[in-house]
Design a protein around this ligand. Structure first.
Ligand SMILES: Cc1ncc(COP(=O)(O)O)c(C=O)c1O
Length: 458
């Protein structure tokens, strides 16, 4: 039984909406629209299903924010949270302190991530993890006597979070607008986005083009000024872009050749979402540093971290010197206890395998329903992260005029069909909990296909 079933509650939605409009400043939302129309207030969840305060049910087709991997309403996780909270709710990992929960989760992560990623520095979320990884890369070179290796290479369409350092690596213009000048020391490459950047090229030629751009960038900037390259194994928020299969290996080889570290941002792709435990396993590479968050606790409590390779760790641990980096909640015991139990569920229930199987089923159903639609440009993804990219014109791949508010209309139409997914003017991103069943896949696909048919009828 799940906790939510034992605690039925009723809500005064109108009152909550009024209070929301007066006091809750929403994130990544159109504030004017929310103030005018109010929020959708969600109150309860179970499995892939989520209910609003009026009792209307939806499929959570975005798993919260790509993070509720084990699904909603897990009593096991709530119990672990309560037990750890009672025993020791907080102790830091600063000043050489630790807790059994932080140590045990570190051991578990060291076992799950491929060798030599055996050391973890915890954070509270994805942006902090990426900033930590980029700082560790700089620090590594500093300790190796190369303090000028500080630049970070990232990619357009990459999303690494919105704190200042993570934002600097993020390659999506909308997140930068209005927030001041670009941070120096960050260089953005082209996205490995075959649909628009690889036109007319076969896979090998497209990979060669991407690798050549990286090589030119290293030559132009100077390898002795570059600390690391950061990238998501599969780009997520920028538009769900799985790179060509042969992309990551030559990138890694080139970086190795030039003494540049590779940071993989596994914040979305980690813990089963792509159909393997980690996104890097889809491409057969192991980075020097791997950032994670989201699925490590399935969002039940905030937690993130960075896996550090043996080589980097040895360099960091060698000098008799303080590592002056960390967050109050780095290694929070409640979060670590939940993380441990959550990872056990992911393994026991073989959720990466389910993500692979249901991901194929879902993308297949979307393609069956829409591949010939005049406004569907491409349907792509990996495991249970995918996108239906919509276009004004299939031939020219022209995007919709923003004034048409295609994203807003798709959002309304999908919600009216009982699905919560992420709709923008460029398409519908879908990433349900990894526990999704055959019947729920069919239901989610039908809602998305129906919404596209309604909104984008010619
Ligand atoms: C790939 C990736 N990296 C980093 C982040 C930032 O994580 P957070 O919002 O927890 O800071 C996200 C969030 O969506 C993400 O998708």
């Amino acid at each position: 039984m799940v906790l939510s079933q034992t605690r039925p509650r009723t809500w005064d939605t109108a009152d909550l909406v009024t209070k929301d409009k007066a006091h809750l400043l929403h994130s990544v939302s159109n504030l004017r629209q929310v103030r005018e129309h109010g929020p959708l207030v969600l109150a309860r969840g179970e499995g892939v299903r989520i209910w609003d305060t009026d009792g209307t049910a939806y499929i959570d087709g975005f798993a919260g924010l790509w993070n509720v991997n084990v699904g909603h309403g897990r009593r096991e996780l709530a119990e672990v949270m309560a037990a750890q909270g009672e025993e020791l709710a907080f102790a830091p990992t600063f000043f050489g302190l630790a807790t059994p929960a932080a140590i045990e989760l570190a051991v578990k992560l060291g076992g799950l991530f491929p060798d030599p990623l055996n050391h973890v520095n915890f954070t509270s979320g994805g942006a902090e993890s990426n900033e930590t990884a980029m700082k560790i890369a700089r620090y590594y070179w500093y300790l190796r006597g190369k303090p000028d290796k500080t630049k970070i290479i990232s990619r357009k369409m990459g999303y690494h979070g919105i704190a200042m350092g993570a934002l600097a690596a993020t390659g999506i213009p909308a997140y930068h607008e209005g927030f001041g000048p670009p941070t120096p020391g960050f260089v953005h490459l082209m996205a490995p986005y075959a649909y628009r950047n690889g036109e007319g090229l076969d896979e090998a030629a497209f990979v060669a083009k991407l690798v050549a751009e990286l090589e030119e960038t290293i030559a132009r900037e100077g390898a002795d000024t570059i600390a690391a390259m950061i990238g998501e194994p599969v780009q997520g928020a920028g538009g769900v872009v799985p790179p060509p299969d042969g992309y990551w290996q030559p990138v890694k080889d080139l970086l190795d050749k030039h003494d540049i570290l590779l940071i993989l941002d596994e914040v979305i792709t980690g813990f089963g979402r792509t159909g393997t435990m980690f996104g890097m396993q889809q491409y057969g590479i192991v980075p020097d540093l791997a950032a994670f968050a989201k699925g490590v606790t399935s969002g039940y409590v905030p937690l993130g971290g960075v896996m550090v390779s043996d080589r980097v760790f040895e360099t960091m641990a060698e000098p008799d010197k303080m590592f002056m980096h960390g967050f109050t909640y780095s290694g929070h015991p409640v979060a670590c206890a939940v993380g441990l139990r959550n990872l056990q569920i992911i393994e026991e229930e073989r959720l990466p395998e389910n993500a692979d199987r249901q991901g194929r089923a879902l993308i297949g159903a979307l393609r069956d329903g829409m591949n010939d639609h005049p406004h569907v440009g491409e349907i792509r993804g990996k495991g249970l992260m995918m996108i239906v990219e919509v276009v004004a014109d299939r031939q020219t791949k022209a995007k919709f005029d923003p004034t048409l508010n295609v994203g807003g209309r798709l959002q309304a139409a999908t919600r009216a069909r009982g699905a919560i997914v992420r709709c923008t003017n460029d398409g519908i991103a879908i990433a349900p909990p990894l526990v999704i069943t055959d019947a729920e896949v069919a239901e989610l696909a039908a809602a998305v296909v129906g919404a596209v048919d309604e909104v984008l009828a010619d």
